[in-house]
Every structure is written in structure tokens, then in C-alpha cells.
Ligand binder design. Sequence first.
Ligand code: HEC
Ligand code: HEC
Length: 156
Amino acid sequence: MNIKKAFMALLMAVPLLGSAGEFIDSMRGPTPLDQTTQPPPLVNPDNSDVRRARNYAMQPPVVPHKIEGYQLDKNANRCMMCHARTRTQESQAPMISVTHFMDREGNFLAELSPRRYFCLQCHVPQAELKPLVDNGFVDVDTLLSKPGKPAPAKKK
Ligand code: HEC
Ligand code: HEC
């Protein structure tokens, strides 16, 4: 079989695989792949200005204010107009932490590190919604405050 024939065979096999399995992507719902899903209505994000506790020390804090209309692209970074070191006195926003000035080798730069430029990669606004997937995360303080010793690690 030459490559072209093999490829055609593969193409023909794909729909068969799709119809045979009971595969359901719970995030997408039961809508078939060739049809567009009905987007959920837009909700009002949290704008309480109340900073939320983090679940672990290295968690990027979530955004407690609206970010609608804030420009964040290669030309302008609206977030930095309040969160930059030089802007926090005026804005009273918490300053980006020291890790945002570090390059991947751990050197401190004078400016925001390019790898931290797109804030929304890590920091997200919040809204009252039903989670798409269950989450059983328990933070370390809760874990340690449980009565009884933690079970010793089992040997293999
Ligand atoms: C107009 C000024 C302003 C702009 C613009 C702004 N912020 Fe904020 N941000 C604040 C202030 C003030 C707070 C402190 C809590 C509050 O008042 O909402 C804050 C809080 C936060 C926090 C919570 C920090 C913590 O320790 O809990 C995050 C994360 C954050 N902002 C991210 C962003 C991102 C991402 C953008 C851009 C999309 C942005 N902010 C744009 C003023 C601003
Ligand atoms: C690659 C992920 C990432 C990106 C991108 C990123 N951050 Fe963060 N940010 C974090 C993490 C992780 C923390 C918490 C630990 C720390 O301070 O490094 C944090 C902490 C913060 C805090 C709280 C600082 C403090 O001392 O309490 C603020 C405010 C913040 N980020 C703002 C921003 C803004 C504004 C941008 C965009 C210019 C941004 N971050 C981009 C990961 C990121």
C-alpha cells in the first residue's frame, strides 16, 4: 500500500470509529461534532473588589474586579496601568510580585518579564457558575487539621 492509499483508508476509518464508541465529551454536551453548540448566556463577573484567599502558596490570585474592555495585546497592557510597580500608589492595586520580573533563568529584569505579559493566561475573573468538572481539592491546612495521623506512604 502506498502512502496515499494508506491515508485514504485512514480517512474512511475515522467516521466508523466515531459512531462505534459511546464517547461523550461532558464539556461539549451531546451536540454532534459537526454541529455548533448553543453558547451559554454571558454572566456578570464578580466585581466585589474583595481579594480571595489562595488555595496554595503558588496559586495565581483570581481577579476580583471586572476586566471588560481592558486592552491586553501587543500594543497595550491595561492591567499594568494599575498593577505596575510605578502605578500602585495611584491605583492602590497590589503590585505584580517579584516573580513577574524574573526571566526563566531566575534573573531579575527591570521590567515585566515577557513570559508574564499576558496576565489572563494565569489570572482569571470569577463568576457564579456550575463547574464543568468536579473538583475535590483540599488545601494543606485543612488536610493537616484533620484528626489522626496521615497514613504512611506504602512501599511497593
Ligand atoms: C483601574 C485599575 C486596575 C486595572 C486596569 C486592573 N486592575 Fe487588577 N486590581 C486593581 C485593584 C485596585 C485591585 C485590588 C482589589 C480590588 O479593588 O479589586 C486589583 C486586584 C487584582 C487581582 C487580585 C490580587 C490578589 O492579591 O488577590 C488580580 C489577580 C488582578 N487585579 C488582575 C488584573 C488583571 C489581569 C488586569 C487586566 C486584565 C487588571 N487586574 C486590571 C486595579 C486594577
Ligand atoms: C505565567 C503565569 C502568570 C502570568 C502570565 C501573570 N501572573 Fe501574576 N501571578 C502568578 C502567580 C503564580 C502568582 C502568585 C505567586 C507569585 O507571586 O509569583 C501571581 C501573583 C500576582 C499578583 C499578586 C501579587 C502579590 O504580591 O500578592 C498580582 C497583582 C498579579 N500576579 C498580577 C499580574 C498581572 C497584572 C499580570 C500581567 C501583566 C500577571 N500577573 C501575569 C502568575 C502569573
